[in-house]
Every structure is written in C-alpha cells, then in structure tokens.
Ligand binder design. Structure first.
Ligand SMILES: Nc1ncnc2c1ncn2[C@@H]1O[C@H](COP(=O)(O)OP(=O)(O)OP(=O)(O)O)[C@@H](O)[C@H]1O
Ligand SMILES: [Mg+2]
Length: 192
C-alpha cells in the first residue's frame, strides 16, 4: 500500500483555504478525506477551501449537529459536472458502527467525502484515503502585520495563526504521490 506524506506551513486561514482549494480542484468522485486536528484547528476552514476548488454550493459550516451535509456541484461553477461534497463531522460518532448508521457508503463512490474527526471511524469506507492533519504551529507564531496597534481593529486578520498541514496519501488512488499544491515560493515547507 503506497504512502507518502507532505507537510506545509501556512500563515492564516486564507492560506489554509488557498491550499485546500488547489487540492479540491484535483479531487474526484470516490475520494475520501479524513481531517484531524484539535477544536478550532481549521478543519472546517480547510473544507471551505476544498468546496471552492470542487465548485460546490458555498455555505460550508460545521456539520456538528446535523453530522452530515451535502453540497451539490454548481453547474456554472469552476467544475461543471464535478462531484458533490459530502461533509461529515464524526465528533459525536463513537465508532465505525455508528458511522455506518449515517449511510455514507451510499454516496462515497459518487461524491467527495470529507470527514472531520474521522480517524479510526471511516477508513473502511474506501480502499484509499487522504489523511489531513492540522496543527497549531507551536513556536512559529508571527504577529500579523499591523496587528500591534489599533485596539478596535477586529478584522479577520487578527485571527491569523500559522498552521502546519500534513497530508498523507494511502492506497492506490494516491500512488502517484501528492498533487501539486505549492505555488513556488509561496508556502514554506518545514525544514525541521
Ligand atoms: N492558518 C489557519 N488555518 C485555519 N484556520 C485558522 C488559521 N489561523 C486562524 N484560524 C482560525 O481558526 C478557526 C478555525 O475554526 P474551524 O471551525 O475551521 O476549526 P475546526 O477544526 O473545524 O474546529 P471543530 O473541531 O470545532 O470543528 C477559525 O476561526 C479561523 O479563522
Ligand atoms: Mg469543524
């Protein structure tokens, strides 16, 4: 079983989404993505970028209470006829058996399935999967430009924090290695 790992560091939510958008543009029906990271790490933020690249209906929010939300492909978007996005939050699901109760197997072959908190619960749904781990890049905090002054400045940039995003491709779908995600010079690969 093939396996590779690619680790990138991004400096804020826009970069997380830009990276995910590039990945989303490469995804196809049947792909399974398993997102791992602590509360607020950016799993839903990442999924919003995926949705842009996939060209599905916007409005991706955390499916915490509904567990599953389906975003249909937009016919006049960037990928007409492309797969829908099935976005799952498995936080409340205790086991693979509970995952089976929400019938993801009905859509996994025809849609792109993205599961937050899916580790250990959804691997049986597909032969291949892409595991994505989001981590606060401890010790790498860089103050956002201009964030020091202007106490009333409450823009989204105040939110920007570095994240390390690690992708691992498992199974024949990913045997050719990672898709090209890095515009040269724009993202830093952690050298240590
Ligand atoms: N580099 C970054 N990448 C992603 N999000 C970031 C980054 N820097 C700051 N943030 C902020 O962190 C928060 C991430 O929230 P998000 O809902 O995406 O997390 P989550 O992992 O889905 O959490 P949960 O486990 O509750 O579902 C957002 O408010 C976002 O703006
Ligand atoms: Mg979330």
């Amino acid at each position: 079983m093939s396996e590779w790992t690619l680790s990138l560091t991004v400096d804020g939510p826009e970069r997380t989404q830009a990276l995910a958008e590039r990945l989303g543009a490469r995804l196809r029906a049947g792909d399974l993505l398993v997102l791992t990271g602590e509360l607020g790490a950016g799993k839903t933020t990442f999924t919003q970028g995926l949705g842009r690249g996939l060209g599905v209906r916007p409005g991706i929010i955390s499916p915490t209470f509904v567990l599953v939300r389906r975003h249909p492909n937009v016919p006049d978007g960037p990928r007409p006829g492309g797969p829908d996005l099935v976005h799952v939050d498995a936080y409340r699901l205790g086991s693979a058996a509970e995952v089976d109760d929400i019938d993801l197997e009905d859509t996994v072959d025809t849609a792109v399935t993205v599961v937050e908190w899916g580790t250990g619960k959804v691997e049986h749904l597909a032969v291949s999967r892409l595991e994505i781990v989001l981590e606060r890049a401890v010790g790498a905090a860089v103050p956002a430009p201009g964030a020091a002054d202007g106490a009333e400045d409450d823009t989204e940039d105040d939110d920007a924090e570095p994240r390390r995003i690690t992708l691992t491709g498992i199974g024949p779908r990913w045997a050719d290695g990672p898709p090209p995600l890095e515009p040269p010079g724009e993202w830093s690969a952690p050298g240590h």
